[in-house]
Design a binder for this molecule. Structure first.
Ligand code: GDP
Length: 509
């Protein structure tokens, strides 16, 4: 989600709190730092209560000395100069952190790289640096555990310089803050620095603008169903609004704040847990108001299909064709693939036409590392409906594959067929393509999830937005009857295609 998508409307653009991700090697103190910040910021009442882990929390800093003002062309006012907020993405445990690391950074405005000053730069510190640089966001190095006698800040600065993180005094301008997450020393200064960087960056949003957010956590709750935590990047999210995480809809049933309270709305940079999803959204997915969907589909028309989600199938493996620039990278990737990955083919060199044809015939996705497919090849992949994605950072490649694997391990959704219809004609109404259909089985209703098949091959999934008989809107159409169907998403349907309406039942673990 970029600022570009956030319509800079005329009057209501204001500065918004920074969203901060904490990265670093395991055991270097990320969790302790996040806990210390959260606890030190709680009011007496909250400290006694139960806070909720929803994947992020927001703190408020009162009576802050106002940091020096930077040029903020878009900012018209700051809500309350005496109270500033910061949102922290709060990823528990190292495993979960590794899973969403790259996406966590993508959701964040500022990163904190935690490095224990006794251990120094470790392998996951390097990974974290690579993610932060890729995300091109400002960051602060928190040199942690300075309460320990072995802490050696000078040595750490030298190690960081080797890793191309040039701190002040070492030829660069990356800020390094010595802290002890355990005792709290240096933590208020770290928070000040976050606010200063945020001020300089001039982060803004429009609470009255079109809603946009990002999924930071998703889970299945036995009582409350599917839950996804979202951080609001623009606009205001309210109960009963319909939103989409990529293509997964939710009619917002309940919103839970990071304090575990039920709230009626959430606005700029606020994290909130959302109830009401029709399938499980993916961590890192962009979330949009309904009106944004058509736009998104349009702009992605000539881009290769996103790799992210494999279709729900009864097999729990993901088939891949792997191409890399050199044998060394190929080996490194191969070694790190989990048991749910089936390698259909692998090799060095560019992705070729025959790779695409092989992918099509085997149902595999193509993954390229440090290779640049030609535009024509991407078009061929698009036409053949082959998922193709290339990467330049190995950790990102592995992280994304691990995410897909995690999804494969989740309880699968079961489809229950509700009805079938055949597309008999096509016409245009209000500039949208409408499918003229005859229902051949069961009932098709407004709001149903549908998949469209051509000669038994699936060409896409969406939802029935509205249905008409003649000029009258109808809620459902039964077997033998005809209707015009308008879909939620632009799909390249043709006369003769079969529409299957279904609903999803998720098997609780
Ligand atoms: P994470 O894996 O990066 O989240 O690390 P944790 O926050 O779980 O910390 C790992 C260990 O380091 C724990 O035993 C913490 O108590 C300890 N630790 C974290 N911060 C500090 C610190 O500032 N000083 C000292 N002495 N220990 C710390």
């Amino acid at each position: 989600m970029t600022q570009k998508q956030v319509a800079p409307s005329q009057t209501t653009v204001i500065s918004r709190p920074p969203i901060v991700a904490v990265l670093g090697h395991v055991d270097h103190g990320k969790t302790t730092l996040l806990d210390t910040i959260r606890k030190s910021n709680m009011t007496a009442g909250e400290a006694g209560g139960i806070t909720q882990h929803i994947g992020a929390y927001q703190i408020k800093i009162k009576n802050q000395k106002s940091p020096p003002k930077a040029d903020r062309p878009l900012t018209e006012k700051i809500k309350n100069e005496d109270e500033k907020s910061i949102t922290f993405i709060d990823t528990p445990g190292h495993e979960a952190f590794a899973k969403m690391r790259s996406r966590g950074v993508a959701a964040a405005d500022i990163a904190i790289l935690v490095v224990a000053a006794n251990d120094g730069v470790m392998p996951q510190t390097l990974e974290a640096i690579s993610h932060i640089k890729k995300a091109q966001i400002p960051y602060i190095v928190a040199a942690n555990k300075i309460d320990l006698p072995e802490a050696n800040i000078d040595k750490l600065k030298q190690q960081l310089a080797k890793a191309e993180v040039l701190v002040e005094g070492y030829g660069g301008d990356v800020v390094l803050m010595p802290i002890s997450a355990k005792t709290g020393k240096g933590v208020p200064e770290l928070l000040d620095m976050i606010l200063l960087i945020s001020e300089m960056k001039g982060l803004t949003g429009d609470p009255k603008g079109v809603f946009a957010g990002v999924v930071i956590e998703a889970k299945l709750d036995k009582k409350r169903g599917r839950l996804a935590s979202v951080i609001v990047k623009n606009g205001t999210l309210t109960i009963s609004q319909t939103i989409y995480a990529e293509s997964i809809p939710a009619k917002v049933k309940a919103l839970i704040s990071d304090l575990g309270q039920s709230v009626t709305e959430a606005t700029l940079s606020q994290p909130v847990e959302i109830m009401g999803w029709e399938a499980m959204p993916q961590i890192g997915a962009g979330v949009y108001a309904e009106s944004q969907i058509a736009k998104q589909v349009e702009t992605s028309k000539f881009q290769p299909k996103p790799f992210a989600l494999p279709p729900v199938t009864d097999t729990k493996t993901l088939k891949l064709i792997l191409k890399a620039d050199v044998a060394g990278s190929l080996e490194a990737i191969k070694e790190n693939l989990g048991p749910n990955i089936e390698l259909v083919a692998l090799g060095t060199g560019e992705i070729t036409e025959s790779d695409i044809l092989l992918a099509k015939s085997t149902g595999a996705a193509i993954i390229g590392f440090n290779v640049k497919p030609h535009h024509k090849l991407l078009q061929l992949a698009q036409t053949e409906k082959v998922r193709l994605k290339t990467y330049a950072v190995i950790y990102q490649l592995l992280d994304e594959i691990k995410e897909v694997e995690a999804i494969l391990n989740q309880p699968q959704a079961q489809e229950e067929e509700l009805g079938q219809a055949t597309i008999m004609a096509e016409f245009t109404a209000d500039e949208a393509r409408v499918a003229g259909c005859r229902v051949t089985k069961g009932v098709v209703s407004r709001g149903d999830l549908v998949k469209i098949l051509r000669k038994s091959e699936e060409i896409g999934r969406t939802r029935v937005r509205s249905m008409r008989f003649g000029k009258t809107d109808v809620a459902k159409t039964e077997v033998g009857k005809e209707c015009g169907i308008l879909f939620d998403k632009k799909l390249d349907f043709k006369v003769g295609d079969l529409i299957i309406a279904y609903k999803l039942h998720e098997l609780l673990a």
